[in-house]
Design a protein around this ligand. Structure first.
Ligand code: NAD
Length: 499
């Protein structure tokens, strides 16, 4: 069995803790590798080495740092198929989806090729007589990225590219379920010219995460994962004086207005609800048709589409719509939630619980489930299912549908399908959610905008990637300077306006 490593100072390093966790092939249920779980000492050692390496890297001019991103982007492109396969092998998502995972990460690397522009400071000429003000953006030092299982390439790239190009060193702690892509990306960025020690990949679980949060050298933590852990990490990082941005879970609603193109809405719902087995933080898990007629017609259009979905291993190629979920425990939890939906009175239109695939009976496959008549008090509505389950909550009016979204504790993404620009505009303006789609089901913003939810989907300030990332990973220093003779004529002791 393959024993994975950490990646410290430009090389693979075996774990010393003696503690490991299994990495499964989700399609077969077999253990395919084991990953070491680092100790506090291993983490502290990696941080000390990163701090040493950061000194020269932070002093390297931004354009040279950007050139590492150019070469890194080129290498990611050259290794696209290999990286996608690594993603799919541990996560289980289809190969085209694995490629999308790498691609959306690569796009952030591409923006980082222009980082010198983003890292420029500001200048005020003659803010007072002979007085100039300028600000600079300086790296924080050593920062950390802690990432989830569901995007093994994209989210580590969202974390590492802006942090590194801004002159920081990064400790990357990928999900212990899918760590291989991060290890491979570390090799590639080293090949691209990143000096040793500037990116350290350390594998582990809660023990190493807590060590990161308590390490005094680590200045900032960028986290993505479930809401309870996001909130915990935000609190502990802040208590220890660190900058933190912690992105959490989601319950994304799509409102379908009576004037919507229902075929397009149904197509969008099937892709956004069941794609990647529903294991996306931007998955649409709740459909909210407005009016009984819309709801009946929508369910009628959804049923054949959901029944046609092909579930299978990524090795089956393009012929599969989605793969297995991540663990046996996830499968059991999802099926349990579907059962709770039935018990609590929802209408289970399509039941995916008994799904089994010949030759893959031990795989973590879950068939697609479709619910109608879901109400907000049910567990299937209140919990993030993170599986191939779409719930339909019927609303009587646009206002009722909007209220539902506004009252939901999560605020990652949402969408509206309508032919009416006025309704769409009203929705975009009033809804309290970070990313909004108008006739667009998964509104993940492009890499030169920024990604971030509201409410319990994000803790802390500033979004991921785009201009916000450069603000998060740098400190602003503002200098007020004058060089004229006045200073020679004696000190000034009163604090006064620059008139
Ligand atoms: P998770 O919270 O279980 O794990 C995320 C990271 O936290 C992992 O690296 C893990 O090792 C670490 N971790 C887990 N438990 C911990 C603990 N008790 N103490 C300290 N660290 C701990 O999340 P996951 O299951 O890997 O990912 C799925 C979740 O991530 C979903 O809720 C999904 O919505 C969310 N997600 C959010 C976004 C976003 O941008 N908002 C993007 C992707 C995924």
């Amino acid at each position: 069995m393959q024993e994975l490593t950490h990646f410290i100072n430009g090389a693979h390093v075996k774990g010393t803790s003696g503690r490991f966790t299994d990495i499964f092939n989700p399609a077969t249920g077999e253990v395919q590798a084991k990953v070491p779980l680092a100790t506090v000492e291993e983490l502290n050692d990696a941080v000390a080495k990163a701090a040493e390496a950061q000194k020269a890297w932070g002093a390297t001019n931004p354009q040279r740092r950007a050139r590492v991103m150019m070469k890194f982007g080129q290498l990611i492109n050259e290794h696209m198929d290999e990286l996608a396969e690594l993603v799919s092998r541990e996560h289980g998502k289809t190969l085209p989806d694995g490629r999308g995972d790498v691609q959306r990460g690569l796009e952030v690397v591409e923006v980082c090729m222009g980082a010198p522009h983003m890292l420029k400071g500001e200048f005020t000429d003659d803010g007072g007589p002979g007085i100039d003000l300028y600000s600079m953006r300086q790296p924080l030092g050593v920062v950390a990225g802690i990432t989830p299982f569901n995007f093994p390439a994209m989210i580590p790239l969202w974390k590492m590219a802006p942090a590194l190009v801004a002159g920081n060193a990064m400790i990357l702690k990928p999900s212990e379920r899918c760590p291989s892509t991060s290890l491979r990306l570390a090799e590639l960025i080293t090949e691209a010219g990143l000096p040793e020690g500037v990116l350290q990949v350390i594998n582990g679980d809660k023990e190493v995460v807590d060590a990161i949060l308590d390490n005094e050298t680590v200045q900032a933590v960028g986290f993505v994962g479930s809401t309870p852990i996001a909130q915990y990490i935000y609190g502990r990082a802040a208590t220890n004086g660190k900058r933190a941005q912690c992105f959490g879970g989601a319950k994304n609603h799509m409102i379908i207005m009576p004037d919507a193109d229902l075929d397009k809405a149904a197509d969008a719902l099937v892709g956004a609800g069941y794609g990647a087995a529903g294991e996306r933080c931007m998955a649409i898990s709740v459909a909210v048709p407005v009016g009984a007629e819309t709801a009946d017609a929508l369910i009628e259009k959804l049923v054949p589409r959901v029944e046609k979905l092909k579930v299978g291993p990524y090795t089956a190629g393009e012929d599969v719509d989605y793969g297995p979920v991540i663990t046996a425990a996830a499968k059991e939890r999802i099926n349990g939630l579907v059962t709770s939906g039935v018990e609590q009175g929802a209408t289970l239109v399509i039941d995916g619980r008994d799904f089994s695939l010949q030759g893959y009976e031990d795989g973590f496959f879950v068939g697609p489930s479709l619910f109608d008549n879901v109400t907000p008090d049910m567990d299937i509505y209140r919990e993030e299912i993170f599986g191939p389950v779409l719930s339909t909550v019927r609303a009587n009016s646009y206002e009722e549908a909007l209220e539902l979204v506004i009252d939901n504790p999560y605020g990652n993404g949402t969408a509206i399908y309508t032919a009416d620009g006025d309704t769409a505009r009203d929705f975009a303006h009033r809804v309290n959610v970070g990313m909004v789609g108008i006739n667009f089901p998964i509104p993940v913003p492009l890499s030169y905008h920024t990604f971030g939810g509201w409410k319990k989907s994000a803790f802390g300030d500033l979004n991921q990637y785009g201009p916000d990332a450069f603000r998060f990973y740098t400190k602003t220093k503002t200098v007020t300077a004058r060089w004229f003779s006045g200073i020679k004529e004696g000190g000034e002791f009163n604090f006064k306006a620059m008139d």
